[in-house]
Design a protein around this ligand. Structure first.
Ligand code: HGY
Ligand code: MN
Ligand code: MN
Length: 412
């Protein structure tokens, strides 16, 4: 049967969900567990319920919507996330959730009852921007963190995760860790430049690079910007800026896939004529090679200590997230590549530079991802864009990969 998704329906839902938390520049902001996140969740749950899916919420707010299969047993699961960063586009995460919903709607409309149950999920706080670490909901789903520990996480705005989950009405009853799926496949935009630069349509994602997030706090001495001679200063602002420069230099020294980002930087009192007595910043280090990532962390720690000592400021570091590189299941990667080719699409194998819920599901079951191109490699930016033709291609590849997994005989 030549099943094909309804591209117009999918694209229209992407636009509609993108209007929730709209930032007025084509993007949207739905930080985890904010009112905007709740509105986005509610809209997607309404679509899930309208389709007649069995919708359940677990103890960390993950939502799983199930289409019953002909036979009992663990479902084939797909999904992603609907929370966004503050400068979010309309595709990051949303594409995977809405395409999964579209797959189930396509099967239902065609009167197809899959052999195995199939389900689409959205996971809580994938971005980790408000509550670190990222991929939090899928981490708890996979048993990588207890629900109790997750509830006590504190946001960058001071809120407690458990309180926010209850406040938005998504403190569910389904226990965590969650049900082990038969397999998990996630459709996502690449968020990088590779497919777009090579004019390829589908990415058969081989894995996810390692991620290390830390918060660095310096404490020096508030002082007068005019009267304090330079050799009297203990400038926490200079120390913070020096870490950003050192992080960039580290990527040049290590080369290869090493990336480093200082995304948050806060000076106190943040006034033009006061030497900053306190500063706080985040350092995001990533590498596809686990050993090099460890080397990057070691070198960064040494540089931070040197900077603090040279400036005569105190320093404290706190790990916010730490995930080793993940390799996806060869069988799933092969299936994505094969299915893409059968549909006449150019396809490339590549690792993911971004973190994804799939890297947590890979702890439980055979998992993989389908990428579609991000124009110009731009993401976490309102200008994030994927050609509608590629959206349709990715969702159709997802449909056929999931359906094959639902019908296959072998139990991995
Ligand atoms: O940070 C990431 O890679 C993802 O967007 N959470
Ligand atoms: Mn994402
Ligand atoms: Mn993201």
């Amino acid at each position: 049967m030549d099943l094909r998704i309804d591209a117009a329906r999918l694209l229209s839902r992407l636009e509609e969900l993108g209007r929730v938390g709209a930032t007025g520049d084509g993007g949207c902001a739905r930080l985890a567990l904010t009112d905007e996140d709740r509105q986005g969740r509610d809209l997607v749950v309404t679509w899930m319920r309208d389709l007649g899916l069995d919708v359940q919420v677990d103890a960390i707010g993950n939502v799983v919507a199930l289409l019953e299969g002909r036979e009992p047993g663990p479902p084939v699961l797909c999904g992603s996330h609907v929370d966004t960063v503050a400068t979010g586009g309309i595709y990051d995460g949303n594409l995977g959730v809405l395409s999964g919903l579209e797959v189930l709607e396509t099967l239902t409309s065609a009167g197809v009852v899959p052999r195995r149950s199939m389900a689409v999920a959205f996971f809580t706080d994938e971005e980790g921007s408000r509550f670190a670490p990222d991929m939090l909901g899928s981490l708890v789903y996979a048993g990588g963190m207890t629900v109790e520990d997750a509830y006590d996480l504190v946001a960058i705005d001071g809120a407690r995760l458990g309180d926010e989950l209850a406040r938005i009405g998504y403190l569910g009853s389904l226990p965590c860790p969650g049900l082990v799926p038969h397999a998990y496949v996630e459709l996502h935009i690449e968020q990088g430049p590779v497919l777009d630069a090579h004019h390829e349509v589908i990415g058969a994602v081989t894995g996810v690079q390692g991620i290390s997030w830390q918060e660095v706090r310096f404490e020096g001495q508030f002082n007068h910007a005019g009267t304090t001679p330079m050799d009297y200063r203990h400038d926490a602002g200079f120390a913070a800026a020096s870490v950003a420069v050192a992080a960039r230099a580290l990527t040049r020294d290590l080369g290869g896939h090493q990336v480093a980002t200082v995304g948050k930087l806060d000076l106190r009192p943040d006034l033009v004529n006061v030497v900053a007595g306190r500063s706080a910043l985040t350092v995001d280090l990533r590498n596809t090679d686990g050993a090099v990532l460890v080397e990057a962390e070691r070198a960064m720690a040494a540089e931070i200590e040197r900077i603090a000592s040279d400036e005569g400021v105190r320093v404290e570091r706190r790990q916010l997230a730490r995930f080793d590189p993940v390799q996806f299941d060869d069988r799933i990667v092969d299936l994505v590549e094969k299915t893409a080719r059968e549909h006449g699409h150019s396809v490339r194998r590549l690792p993911s530079g971004a973190g994804h819920d799939a890297q947590m599901l890979a702890r439980l079951c055979p998992s993989g991802m389908v990428f579609v191109p991000s124009v110009g490699g731009v993401s976490h930016n309102p200008a994030e864009f994927t050609d509608p033709v590629h959206v349709e291609a990715g969702a159709n590849v997802l449909l056929h990969v999931l359906h094959r997994l639902a019908e296959e005989d072998i139990v991995p």
